[in-house]
Design a protein. Sequence first.
Length: 331
Amino acid sequence: MTTTPRFPAFLVRDTPEGAAGSVEWLGRDDLPAGEVLIEVGYSSLNYKDALASRGNKGVAPSLPHVPGIDCAGVVVESSSDTVSAGDEVLVTGYDLGGASWGGWSGLVRVPAEWVVPMPAGLDARAAMIYGTAGFTAAQCVTAVSDRVAPEAGDVVVTGATGGVGVLAVAILSKIGYRVTAVTGKSEQEAMLRELGASAVVGREAVVDESGRPMLKEKWSAAVDTVGGATLATLLRSTAHRGVVAACGLVGGAELPLTVYPFILRGVTLAGIDSAKCPREPRLEMWRRLAGDWRVELPAKMITEITLDGVAGRVEEILSGQVAGRTLVLPT
Ligand code: NDP
């Protein structure tokens, strides 16, 4: 009789003290249904994963749960015509690590339509250095570059040392935009300049709570990961016909605003949603990330952890201390 090898996963369970995660050994039968079984080489830690690790119902509706909204690896089994055993692939978003168990696991099983062939020029590690953060940054940069040329003026990026932030700064500067990075970590100024930022300012520089409906025009465009008063300030200080790509809420989900930036300056508020991005633009984003927009983060901005290390790292990301990207090896 043959037995299928078991594999480790970071499982979040309800405990009397609240949701808590630990490494457990699972079998293939524990995984959700799906056409494609993938041996995970790398996953990563995104802000949303940290929320799932805490049992946040908005991200992970039911426990027990395996977080990890992205993963890259090799297909082990497939019952789909479009994906074959041995293919190198990546998955970001959809319900991975949300309603369905995610990438912090030796194996994942997913529907074939979630699976993206590994773009030429990337491997599993490079793909997860981008991960959902890079995919989101690429969508934000697309929203900016579709509407505003580099000559139009400075583009501001908030949460600049975070996953989305560092990749947005790097890609925008690579394709010719002058970037102002907004950070709460002044000690990371040199790193942000190394990525291509031409100016680095504190978070308070993009928070105006005067209540004035419009502010002096300061930016041609913005990539915002913070939300709340920051997003409202950016919209009120974006130049005529500019664009603000809004993807995050680390600073708050509310939006205290009037309609004036839209109807007097023609500012566009571009909403960015990575999880349910349709397949064609999804493939196009990965082509860009592997091609003309390819950026390499310096080694000091990439931290690799195993499943044993994720609980501690979750605390750090939720308190805004993490700079750069964290890769998760499912061992
Ligand atoms: P990270 O935790 O890696 O980065 C967030 C950064 O925001 C921090 O590093 C910090 O940067 C800054 N920050 C943290 N707390 C605050 C605060 N209270 N006020 C202002 N700035 C703060 O997260 P990610 O880059 O993975 O994600 C960023 C946001 O984007 C999250 O809200 C996430 O949920 C969202 N997101 C949305 C997606 C979508 O599809 N819409 C997809 C991916 C992410 P610094 O110290 O430099 O200021």
